[in-house]
Design a protein around this ligand. Structure first.
Ligand SMILES: Cc1cc2nc3c(=O)[nH]c(=O)nc-3n(C[C@H](O)[C@H](O)[C@H](O)COP(=O)(O)OP(=O)(O)OC[C@H]3O[C@@H](n4cnc5c(N)ncnc54)[C@H](O)[C@@H]3O)c2cc1C
Length: 379
């Protein structure tokens, strides 16, 4: 029979959110163990790659409220790690006049005092010479915000957590979480770990680990494409912002190596996270590269790489973040937009694990909101 080990908190899943939680727990001096099914830094989930956007334009005030502490957390992690993690290049959004996205999000940003500049087509071209918004569209530039280096951020959280005494177990799939005893027990193939509290940060695999929690997650395969520009200096983070075309929900990043990135934010085909086809979709690539050439008409572009990443989506497009009602378990599901919040989500998960509460507004994200009879909120 497997011997049972005791820890204060077990964190299941070491993508960006579990790694951030482990970092916060270790910073608090909590005896914490992080367990990851794959090798650290793997590319099977949602947190890998070179870039993630940090934007202040959001569909609900709860998200905007979490951004200042998130940004402060990134600065602290960058200082701790001694390497660049964040480029404050600003974010640019454009949409045809009368479109739904800016009409919803601009007032919310203004109410929360977020600085935003309305740009004409010409002003956008003067500010970002290599980039073109769609002719006739409205543009909003938010100077605050920018781009994170995803792989470097995840590694920095893990290094910082380990340096503070957190244990990390990689290549160890958790087969189940036993909730029948007085404390939860996490089981891998070879170990059993009893914890005062378990944090589940398993992304696309969440419902497999917590089948009885009533959480609903749809997993989709998203592809990102990176193109080497003929003149990298003209399209670096000092010359190009993170941008999003709100008519199509296509977005892209400046080049901080190895090129300009573009992706489609619309949820793609649903997949089983254990059997994802990661081959290149040549039709999609052709469409997106033609579009990218319109955005950067003076830059020659050649495909460097494509990568697959998973969205873990809830029916109402809001995060899951909170404690389960009847168990010493907290859970997070970050959909297609949680990376930017990782430092504050890590803090929230650590506080939920040790005190049962958070000082941040997270009621919107309660894990039990999918209970039968409760209507899903619109996106
Ligand atoms: C293409 C793409 C673009 C994105 N762009 C942005 C953006 O610009 N800005 C932004 O803020 N967000 C963005 N996101 C979203 C963001 O990246 C995710 O919300 C975030 O990475 C989710 O992190 P996670 O730790 O929850 O998930 P994951 O990174 O998937 O981590 C979950 C971990 O749990 C592990 N795990 C699962 N089951 C088990 C088990 N049984 N035992 C042990 N380990 C287990 C997995 O192996 C995995 O490592 C994007 C996502 C994608 C896919």
């Amino acid at each position: 029979m497997t011997a049972v080990r005791d820890v204060d908190v077990a964190v299941v899943g070491l993508g960006v959110l579990g790694s951030a939680a482990l970092h916060s727990l270790a910073s608090d001096g909590v005896r914490a163990l992080g367990i990851e099914q794959f090798a650290l830094g793997h590319a099977e989930g949602s947190s890998h790659g070179r870039s993630r956007a940090l934007r202040f334009l959001y569909h609900a005030p709860e998200y905007i409220a979490l951004l200042p502490p998130a940004l402060a957390g990134w600065s602290a992690l960058e200082a701790e790690s001694g390497q660049p993690l964040y480029w404050p290049c600003g974010t640019l959004f454009f949409e045809r006049p009368g479109g739904p996205q800016l009409a919803l999000k601009i007032p919310l940003a203004e109410q929360q005092g977020v600085q935003l500049l309305r740009l004409t087509e010409r002003e956008a071209k003067v500010r970002f010479p290599a980039f073109r918004i769609t002719a006739g569209s409205e543009a909003i530039f938010l100077p605050r915000g920018g781009m994170l280096d995803a792989d470097a951020c995840v590694a920095a959280f893990q290094r910082g957590a380990a340096a503070r005494g957190a244990e990390i177990l990689a290549g160890a799939p958790v087969l189940g979480i036993d909730l029948d005893g007085d404390r939860p027990v996490v089981r891998t193939g070879t170990r059993a770990v009893r914890a005062q509290h378990v944090v589940v940060a398993a992304g696309a695999w969440t419902t497999r680990l917590l089948p009885g929690a009533g959480i609903q997650v749809r997993v989709t395969r998203q592809t990102v494409y990176t193109y080497r520009p003929s003149d990298p200096a003209a399209v670096g983070p000092d010359r190009v912002p993170v941008w999003c075309d709100y008519d199509r929900l296509w977005y892209g990043f400046p080049d901080h190596g190895p090129g300009l990135k573009i992706a489609d934010d619309n949820p793609a085909g649903e997949v089983d996270p254990t059997a994802v086809d990661r081959s290149l979709d040549r039709d999609e690539e052709r469409v997106l590269s033609a579009y990218l050439r319109e955005r950067f008409p003076t830059v020659d572009l050649s495909l460097v790489e494509s990568g697959t990443c998973l969205y873990a989506l809830t029916p109402d497009h809001d995060f899951v973040l909170g404690r389960l009602p009847d168990a010493a378990v907290s859970v997070v599901v970050g959909l297609g937009h949680a990376f930017k919040f990782a430092p504050v989500i890590g803090r929230i998960l650590a506080d939920l694990a040790t005190t049962g509460r958070s000082r941040h507004p997270i009621d919107r994200f309660r894990p039990d909101r999918f209970a039968v009879g409760e209507a899903a909120r619109p996106a």
